[in-house]
Design a protein around this ligand. Structure first.
Ligand code: HEM
Ligand SMILES: [Cu+2]
Length: 837
């Protein structure tokens, strides 16, 4: 262990040694891959396949609409087509594609070797694939969701959707969202902790800033939708009335929860694309990025604003007037940070001397279309106009100008820019121009025409229209345009394939970029950097060519793999000073098994095999616990030399390792879910019809009091356990017992002490809140048991006590959430009682 600072292997020997540790052999082992290079590409490729499926559906839709009274599809087929088109494009193409880009690029841009939790990347991928596969299977089986991509009840409720179509959407999309949440946690921790030495926050590559903001938005944006889906599924499967106005529910609750997610979602999709532009524009324009700090400020502003805008999707739903004007103003306001970014790009262009290139062409496509989409967006933000255009093809045109303009064109630019990195080859280019112009012209013909049909009153989501409507010519033009666009996309695909097949091998940094992803061989080796960089300047103003050869010869940190472990550097969050060594787990089949078990859990719900549900749930938990084995240490390792005379502790022996932060962020997502649930319950109280209920959700004081005491004991005992590790088995046993008492009491309250939760939303909301807290305490019990097991196996010492500190976070948070839940029946009962007076 000492000689490594003295003896420096040759670059080739170093490469071979690192590849032995980091590489993934071909064959079956690929299913066990956890490396971000493999998984990033896998995410992107899978997303492109889903894009093709979604595109095919779009072509079917346009074929149907090309003529009036067309008999190509019937109403049901049309409904399934546009629902699946929208859902696939949003959930299975756009989000996973940028996740793939981030998974592939972020570690490289940040100057590290992988993401913080490689197995979680893999688990997320399999959840995405299995969940998406379920939707496709439903499409082939003719039982695809058919209530539109935003699934409004009552259309998606039992009365109008008695089949399993809506259940497929609710369950499969929730399944896919697990992958979005895991990606969000992973991206946040990676950006905050795993950077090159010296890369302080204000030296980060701008793409990392974008992804940090996006990941934070995903962390708070997705939970409301998950809660909405859970509630709607509970209503569909068990008749708990959350959206049924006859029993105190309200369909508007769904709209709020959905758009609380759905509007930020638009920015979640746009910002990664904007991040790609801010990264590739400077080298293409030959000038440094203008206004780095302004852009970061605009990003943060946009993230906050975007959560205050959701109601603009509901202008026509009967919202109070004051609220309308507030949301209308906020919607117009969001044009400001967007404008700042666009001006920063224009300034960058103006400073440089842009060379003409294929990515530039797509950037031009982006700018033209996105500005039009933004303008129609500001039009729609005006309430009177929206009331006219609502639910017409004008909206369809607007949303495609924003989504294709703001996501597809930038991502095409990014793909053309980074393909040489992925492939190590130079583009063939003959097809690229023709492909671009076909997509660009086809796109504008298709969707410009939809503005006009929309203004002439053509509603969206209709499968036929009468010949007298006068909409036929425009629709025909639109459909022709869409076929040109489809051929354009086919040419793009061919262009990519030709590049991999016939492209010339290319030198390292074709664009003269100043970012770290070019300081490595292309295509990149599995470990990215043979040794890890340390930087002094902003990470987009570097000299990757010089740096690359230094790093390849092992002159950076951790350039000697003789510990046989996958290691990388974690830094102090703000300053970027090296803090500890992270040792990553090896490849394993556990993620795919865990995802399969998760899939079985969802299938058991879909097919109403409820006896299987607890079994599958338990297997998911068990499989997750097995993950902990790989990086566990039985002895204190002590500080490790990392090169340059520096010695740092391994992550297991440090105060705030990545897993600790991951727990913090996971709990933040959980808290958002819980808060949206409480918000939903209060919303029903304020605004749903048929309140108060006949039976109030009243419980005696004893139950909640016992639960509250047990929760406090659990939190206190959990803390004592962590403070006394490793002699903490007794304390952990007490924690587990207290959590057991809490879980049992909360469950008992939910199941036995309340009136029938099917009777009224007041009762069902109390039921769900209690059950939610009960579940957390149940898991708290598992976590304490796991702590005991880890101590017994010798994995815990005074220095290595992260396991117990993760437990502290969990028990503290479940105490807070559980106390809120235990008090909730009283709050609800008195609020509802208030109404009857
Ligand atoms: C590839 C070319 C595309 C074409 C020709 C196309 C066409 C259409 C059409 C005609 C509709 C309206 C159906 C109706 O309301 O009757 C629609 C809806 C929609 N599209 Fe696209 N689209 C395309 C790409 C995309 C992309 C890339 C996205 C997202 C990233 C997207 C997202 C949506 C959404 C969310 C809806 C609303 C679905 C609903 O009403 O439930 N589309 N599309
Ligand atoms: Cu919106």
């Amino acid at each position: 262990m000492i000689e490594e600072d003295m003896k420096q292997p040759s670059p080739v020997a170093l490469h071979k040694a690192l590849e032995r540790v980091w590489g993934t052999p071909p064959g079956l082992a690929r299913l066990a891959a956890v490396n971000h290079n493999i998984l990033g590409k896998r995410f992107m490729l899978t997303a492109l396949v889903f894009f093709a499926v979604g595109g095919l559906l779009a072509m079917l839709i346009r074929t149907q609409l090309a003529s009036s009274e067309s008999a190509f599809m019937d109403a049901e087929q049309y409904a399934q087509s546009f629902t699946m088109h929208g859902s696939i494009m949003m959930f299975l193409f756009a989000i996973p594609f940028f996740e793939g880009v981030a998974i592939y690029l972020l570690p490289k841009l940040l100057g590290t070797r992988d993401l913080a939790f490689p197995r979680l990347t893999a688990y997320g991928y399999w959840c995405y694939l299995f969940g998406g596969g379920t939707l496709i299977a439903a499409l082939l089986g003719g039982v695809a969701p058919n209530s539109g991509w935003f699934m409004y009840p009552p259309l998606s409720s039992n009365s109008y959707s008695p089949g399993i179509n809506s259940d497929v959407w609710l369950l499969a999309i929730t399944f896919v969202e697990i992958s979005a949440l895991s990606a969000a946690i992973e991206i946040m921790v990676t950006v905050l902790k795993l950077r090159a030495a010296g890369m302080s926050l204000d030296k980060m590559p701008i793409f990392a800033w974008y992804m940090l903001v996006v990941a934070a938005m995903m962390l708070v944006g997705f939970p409301p939708l998950i809660i909405g889906s859970v509630l709607l599924e509970l209503e569909r499967a068990f008749h708990l009335p959350f959206f049924d106005p006859s029993r105190g529910g309200d369909p508007l609750l769904w709209q709020h929860l959905f758009w609380l997610f759905g509007h930020p979602e638009v920015y979640i999709i746009f910002l990664p694309a904007a991040g790609a532009i801010s990264t590739i524009l400077p080298p293409l324009a030959g000038a440094p990025l203008a206004g780095y700090r302004m852009i970061v400020a605009a990003l943060v502003a946009m993230a906050f604003l975007s959560f205050g805008l959701w109601v603009h999707h509901m202008y026509a739903a009967g919202i109070p007037h004051v609220a309308l004007s507030f949301f209308s103003a906020a919607s117009a306001l969001v044009a400001v940070p967007t404008g700042i970014q666009i001006f920063a790009w224009l300034a960058t262009l103006a400073q440089g001397s842009a060379r003409f290139s294929v990515p530039m062409l797509h950037m031009f496509g982006f700018l033209c279309t996105f500005v039009i989409g933004g303008l129609t967006g500001v039009m729609l933000a005006m309430v009177p106009f929206d009331l006219q255009a609502h639910d017409t093809h004008f909206v369809v045109a607007h949303l495609h100008y924003v989504l294709i303009g703001g996501f597809v064109f930038p991502m095409l630019a990014a793909t053309y820019y980074w393909l040489p990195h992925l492939s190590g080859r130079q583009p063939v280019q003959h097809l690229s121009y023709a492909a671009f112009w076909m997509v660009f012209i086809g796109f504008n013909v298709t969707f410009f025409a939809m503005h006009l049909t929309g203004l002439r009153g053509m509603p969206r989501r209709i499968f036929e229209y009468p010949i007298e409507s006068g909409w036929e010519t425009l629709n025909f033009i639109s459909s022709m345009g869409s076929f040109v666009m489809a051929m354009g996309f086919a040419l793009v695909a061919l262009d990519f394939i030709l590049l991999f097949r016939f492209g010339r091998r290319r030198r390292r940094n074709p664009w003269g970029a100043g970012t770290l992803e070019w300081a490595m061989a292309t295509p990149p080796p599995s470990y990215n950097f043979a040794s890890l960089p340390s930087i002094e300047r902003r990470a987009d103003l570097l000299d990757p060519d010089r740096l690359g050869s230094q790093l390849a010869s092992g002159k950076g940190y951790l350039g000697a793999p003789n510990r046989g472990r996958m290691e990388l550097l974690a830094v102090e969050m703000i300053s970027g000073n090296p803090e500890h060594v992270v040792r990553l787990p090896r490849r394993t089949f556990l993620p795919i098994w865990t995802a399969a078990a998760t899939g079985c859990f969802f299938l058991s719900l879909l097919f109403k095999l409820y006896w299987l549900t607890p079994i599958t749930f338990a297997s998911v938990i068990l499989l997750f616990l097995l993950w902990s084995g790989d990086t566990a240490e039985k002895t204190d390792v002590g500080d490790l030399p990392v090169g340059g005379g520096l010695k740092l502790p391994p992550h297991g022996e440090t105060a705030r390792p990545p897993s600790w932060w991951a727990m913090v962020f996971a709990l933040a997502a959980d808290a958002t879910a819980f808060i949206s649930l409480l918000f939903g319950c209060f919303f029903l109280w304020v605004s749903a019809p048929n309140w108060p209920p006949q039976q109030l959700p009243q419980v005696a004081l004893a139950g909640p009091a016992i639960a509250a005491i047990a929760l406090l004991v659990a939190a206190w005992a959990g803390r004592s356990a962590a403070a006394r590790s490793p002699d903490a088995i007794g304390w952990l046993a007490l924690t587990g017992f207290a959590q057991l008492v809490a879980a049992a009491t909360l469950t008992w309250l939910a199941v036995a002490a309340l009136p029938d939760p099917r009777s009224h939303a007041a009762v069902s909301s109390v039921f769900v809140v209690l059950a939610y807290a009960g579940l957390r305490s149940g898991l708290g019990m598992v976590i304490s048991g796991y702590g005991i097991w880890r101590i017994r196996r010798g994995y815990v010492s005074e220095r290595r006590n992260v396991d117990l500190r993760l437990g502290v976070l969990w028990h503290d948070y479940s105490a807070v959430a559980g106390l809120a839940a235990a008090g909730f029946p009283f709050v609800m009962a008195s609020l509802a009682g208030e109404l009857s007076r």
